[in-house]
Design a protein. Sequence first.
Length: 155
Amino acid sequence: MGFTEKQEGLVKESWEVLKQDIPHFSLRFFSLILEIAPGAKNMFSFLRESEEIPQNNPKLKAHAVKVFKMTCESAIQLREKGEVVVADTTLKYLGTVHVKSGVKDPHFEVVKEALLRTIEEAIGEEKWNEEMKNAWGEAYDQLAEAIKAEMKNHH
Ligand code: HEM
């Protein structure tokens, strides 16, 4: 069975919740990434520079929003087209940036875990369920696969 309208709706709905407080959820997302993989700190320019996770850092927010938003866009594409299509230039850029920063395939699992936990906290335990987790998980996985495949062309 493909990605359903219901799954797309669940993703969109929770993205709306995240959007209401980007500074907070961006910070939470990065705290979770570092909690799961402390070593990831040194890959991010804005984390390397300071002891603590910087509050209100535009680059930190930009990365968090990109991950949230592009995963949401992937959900829409999965429902509409049955696959995730990232614009060619964007994908090339994503491949280069991540290879240059020292990102490796397993980091994508770390970010996935942090993403799912951030959304769970955002929408609350009562509303969070397997269905929502799977919808976000699938949209993220397909996007991550596209980026990882592109990264193989940039070593
Ligand atoms: C940079 C998106 C996963 C680490 C970027 C940029 C984008 C992006 C758009 C460029 C930011 C800019 O130019 O402002 C994404 C998306 C991801 C993803 C959509 C997953 C679906 C990851 C993962 C890691 C990672 C798994 C490693 C844990 C980085 C680093 C940079 C970067 C270190 C450079 C940022 C800096 O130092 O300023 N990413 N990313 N990303 N990404 Fe990702």
